[in-house]
Design a protein around this ligand. Structure first.
Ligand SMILES: *Cc1c(COP(=O)(O)O)cnc(C)c1O
Length: 505
């Protein structure tokens, strides 16, 4: 993987020449009418460039960001795997893309059939009874899950259960979700193997505490990339206390065709279709955090969900699909039917791979992570160095090398043309670097990554400035990330850039 070594392009305003035109308009063949005065703004000062210069400007801009289509992207917990382009073709089929969301059920049978099939497949994949495609993100799926758990208890006339147990290896959205839903969070420690500390869990569920436990939220595999060895016992303890079990299934890409969470005893789980099932994500775009539930929570699902209204029992004839609000539903989470474009893509993905293919997806996700882990174990400290799932966490610092941090390793990786891993998360690992190679990378790419990481470990000891002053080849160097978000400069006009630079002092 050679560093791209991008040269800095001149600003489009710098190459502007007065009077140069990008487009030749045909001669006007209708009577001309002057624009109203207030629409004519001489001072807009658009750059005057040729068409080719404009094309180069925008194509160069489009390549400044690192993306999965341009390079390796081992951003732990985010599953930045390749999104097959055929998914895009499917989502753009006019019958799907142009279907108006207010079309009546009769006129939308194809779309409803697709959603119904996707609900069924997701239920089958994880051993749940029913699925709702409403939630627009993983975090919203979590909120749906906790609201369902709360409503379940209230429906039984039990208003005392307001505590949600969350291990400290959970994804950060888990405690945020529980708090948003008005619950009290009790954090559980992890043991030295990275599993939930069973003694702490038993104590939290014992005696007078038991009637206050609404449930537990657990990320599986955890953000340490580990599958908890005591998962059945954990489910048993919480259920015995009367609580329900929520699984954060954003990382289902390590379990497909191997483990069904419903069979482990979980009552509710969210999927991240925009991770596991390869719908594109990032930048806060549309997603789908579908939720699957056991029989217990089925009546509480957010709706509407798609059901078969009339089954013809005739293989030749398609059944009639309709929308249905579950009887005790927590309600809607999203306008219309969720992010339907994501349903299309996930459908295409599952359909393309089939059951056996999906199992291979997970086997390779796990194999790739373990391959990288084992190959970096001599150069980096890996705190829970055991068989991992689809990702693993290591520490980004070196004994005897002061002043080199996880962030410096990440910035230096950019010089090798690789996107940094997730930094400083999970919080329970010092100088954490969370690495998720995903199954879509081949051995050659993994070897290049391993080699880059080894070189960086060497550089840290021999020439630490290479790390602490990195990145060296990117168009912008280290950003003040907070200020970059708060004082966003979206225009490249010289006077704006100058003003921004002055504001920075
Ligand atoms: C990504 C992720 C989430 C949140 O998903 P969003 O779609 O970003 O809201 C929750 N839990 C885990 C484990 C994740 O990896």
């Amino acid at each position: 993987m050679t560093a791209p070594g991008k040269k800095t392009e001149p600003l489009i305003y710098e190459i502007s020449v007065t009077g140069r035109e990008g487009v030749k308009m045909p001669d006007c063949d209708v009577p001309e009418t002057p624009l109203p005065d207030e629409l004519i703004r001489e001072e807009v000062g658009l750059p005057e460039v040729s068409e080719l210069q404009a094309v180069r400007h925008f194509v160069n801009l489009s390549q400044l960001n690192h993306g999965i289509d341009t390079g390796f992207y081992p951003l732990g917990s985010c599953t930045m795997k390749y999104n097959p382009k055929v998914n895009e073709d499917v989502a753009r089929l006019p019958g799907f893309a142009f279907l108006h969301p207010l079309t009546d059920d009769e006129g939308a049978q194809g779309a409803l059939a697709l959603m119904h099939q996707l609900q069924e497949w997701l239920a089958e994949i994880s051993g749940f009874t029913a699925v709702s495609l409403q939630p627009a993100a993983g975090a919203q799926g979590e909120l749906a899950g906790i609201l369902m758990i709360r409503k379940y208890h209230l429906d039984r006339g039990d208003s005392e259960r307001k505590t949600i147990l969350i291990p400290n290896s959970a994804h950060g959205t888990n405690p945020a979700t529980a708090a948003m839903a008005g619950m009290t969070v009790i954090e559980l420690p992890s043991d030295d193997k990275g599993n939930v500390d069973l003694e702490a869990l038993r104590a939290a569920c014992a005696g007078d505490n038991a009637p206050t436990i609404a449930g537990m939220m657990i990320t599986v595999p955890s953000t340490l990339g580990l599958f908890d060895s005591n998962i059945l016992e954990i489910n048993r303890i919480v259920h015995e206390a009367g609580g329900l079990m929520y699984m954060d299934g954003a990382n289902m890409n390590s379990l497909l065709g191997i483990v069904k969470p419903g069979e482990l005893g979980f009552d509710v789980m969210h999927y991240n279709l925009h991770k596991t099932f390869s719908t594109p994500h990032g930048g806060g775009g549309p997603g789908c955090g579908a939720v699957g539930v056991s029989e217990t929570l089925k009546p509480f699902l957010p709706g509407p969900i798609v059901t078969i209204v009339e089954d013809t029992n005739d293989l030749e004839d398609a059944p009639l699909y309709g929308l249905h609000m579950p009887e005790k539903s927590i309600g809607r989470l999203k306008a219309f039917h969720g992010n339907f474009g994501m349903h299309n893509r996930a459908y295409a993905y599952i359909r393309t791979y089939g059951g056996d293919g999906l199992r291979e997806v997970s086997r390779h996700a796990v194999l790739n992570a373990n391959y990288v882990r084992v190959n970096l174990a001599d150069d980096y400290h890996i705190p829970y160095n055991r068989y991992c799932a689809h990702e693993f966490v290591m520490e980004g610092h070196f004994e005897g090398v002061e002043g080199v941090h996880a962030l410096d390793i990440s910035k230096r990786l950019m010089d090798y043309g690789i996107h940094p891993p997730t930094n400083y998360f999970p919080l329970i690992v010092h100088e954490a670097l969370l690495i998720e190679p995903t199954e879509t990378e081949d051995k050659a790419t993994l070897d290049e990554f391993i080699s880059a990481m080894r070189k960086i470990a060497e550089e840290a000891k021999t020439n630490p400035e290479l790390l602490t002053e990195a990145p060296h080849i990117t168009p912008v160097k280290r950003l003040d990330e907070v200020r970059a978000a708060k004082q966003l400069v979206l225009c490249c006009r010289p006077e704006f850039l100058t003003a921004a630079a002055q504001a920075e002092g």
